[in-house]
Design a protein around this ligand. Structure first.
Ligand code: SF4
Length: 417
């Protein structure tokens, strides 16, 4: 492994919080990933990563500086009294004088490189970032394939006590002999499950990102059931399932080469399935149908429902934000997900739900106030979306979301698994 230390100009990417992590800020001190997963789309040319992605790891050594600078600029203060006493007192005075900004979740490891790959053992950059997040009392979200994250349990617990910590594992293959083919240098799937168990015992949020679920390999009934059973057993909060994308170029070529070696009988099917060379790596829908495949997220939803395992991460609602607005936005996004991605229904309505969710998320005033002041006409949302909002406001829970989940469950039952 070659470690290349670099001083980066930028680190932070701001996004609209989504179903994927609810994080608003993404950052990653690493470029390149030693785990060398054979389906890794980080290797795709479109991410502008270097060719020897798995063996040469670029490290943004100034990542902690950049994060601290960003947080200060956003009006946050460190509560770490181990900085010089004068700085600490200055910050405390300023903190009292200034209104503190509302918090947001920071995704450490957003992008395409694992922040707990082996280089982290020695470099401890992710740990330094967590220390800053802890000092600034902000919430954190992590997604990894390495149990090295447990090294930082002390910090994660401290962050979780202050605000919220969510540590998630990508787990795609229950059988370790198959896992070794596709994720040769990551922790074993069993170790990852055990790490979830440990995190949950400490009260830290944790779930399974079951993707990419590989056609004909990971989407078998056996693998899906085993992943869900193990997730349930270790008290994971949710399992999020998604399929495989293969971007033309390095990403696809390397995956096909792996198949040639270990699953030669599947090569022709994959070449056909991804023969459209879609720039985002999506499969050819017609071939997908002809091969009798079913979307893994649809098959898996029955287990989410039956095992009472969520299908999205638990959302952190910061103080000083409009709680009801954020809950409503989440409900709308969930209904849009179930209708769009599980049941494939009425796309106009799904779009309406999605844009209403984004609108409400960004709204400065509470939806309740707008409705009470009879200004609902001013809300740019349709009657159907409004009825979902009113249902929640009247009952304190969303009966429409519950019904939609039931409907999605019955839909998923049509597909044998
Ligand atoms: S752990 Fe993630 S980033 Fe690293 S090689 Fe595997 S898929 Fe790529």
């Amino acid at each position: 492994m070659i470690i290349e230390r670099i001083r980066a100009k930028s680190l932070i990417k701001e996004v609209t919080p989504s179903f994927f992590s609810w994080a608003k800020v993404y950052l990653n001190p690493y470029q390149g990933c030693w785990h060398d997963c054979k389906y890794c789309d980080g290797k795709a040319e479109s991410y502008y990563m270097h060719e020897d992605f798995a063996n040469r790891i670029k490290v943004k050594v100034n990542a902690p500086e950049l994060l601290e600078k960003y947080l200060k600029k956003r009006g946050f203060f460190s509560s770490n009294s181990s900085h010089s006493l004068l700085n600490y007192l200055d910050a405390t005075v300023e903190r009292i004088q200034m209104p503190s900004p509302s918090k947001f979740v920071i995704f450490v490891g957003g992008g395409v490189c694992d922040v707990y790959q082996p280089a982290e053992k020695e470099l401890q950059l992710t740990r330094k970032l967590l220390q800053i997040i802890c000092d600034y009392e902000l919430p954190v979200f992590i997604l990894t394939k390495s149990t090295l994250v447990l090294r930082d349990l002390d910090l994660l617990k401290a962050i979780n006590e202050q605000t919220y910590a969510s540590v998630n594992f990508t787990i795609t293959l229950a059988d370790d002999s198959v896992r070794k083919i596709f994720e040769p240098r990551a922790s074993s799937s069993e170790d990852r499950f055990q790490a979830i168990s440990q995190l949950r015992k400490e009260g830290i949020h944790s779930g399974v990102y079951f993707y990419p679920c590989l056609p004909f390999i990971g989407d078998t009934t056996e693998n899906i059931k085993n992943i869900f059973r193990s997730a349930k057993k270790v008290n994971a909060e949710y399992v999020i399932t998604w399929g495989l994308t293969l971007k033309p170029g390095r990403n696809k070529n390397e995956f096909i080469d792996t198949l040639r070696k270990h699953y030669p009988h599947l090569v022709a099917k994959y070449l056909e399935l991804y023969g459209n060379n879609d720039k985002y790596g999506n499969f050819d829908k017609k071939v997908f149908k002809r091969l009798g495949l079913v979307l893994p997220r649809v098959k898996a939803f029955r287990y989410n429902y039956e095992m009472k395992l969520g299908y999205s991460p638990i959302r952190y609602i910061p103080e000083k934000t409009n709680k009801v607005n954020l809950i409503l936005s989440e409900i709308l996004l969930k209904i849009s997900h179930l209708k769009g991605f599980i049941m494939h229904k009425n796309f106009t309505f799904i779009k309406e739900l999605y844009s209403a969710a984004l609108y409400i998320e960004a709204l400065k005033v509470s939806v309740e106030e707008i409705l009470e002041s009879n200004n609902s006409v001013k809300l740019p949302i349709s009657k159907s979306v409004l009825s979902i909002i009113q249902d929640y406001l009247e009952k304190g829970y969303s009966s429409i979301l519950q019904e939609t989940e039931k409907e999605a469950y019955h839909h998923s039952l049509q597909f044998k698994s």
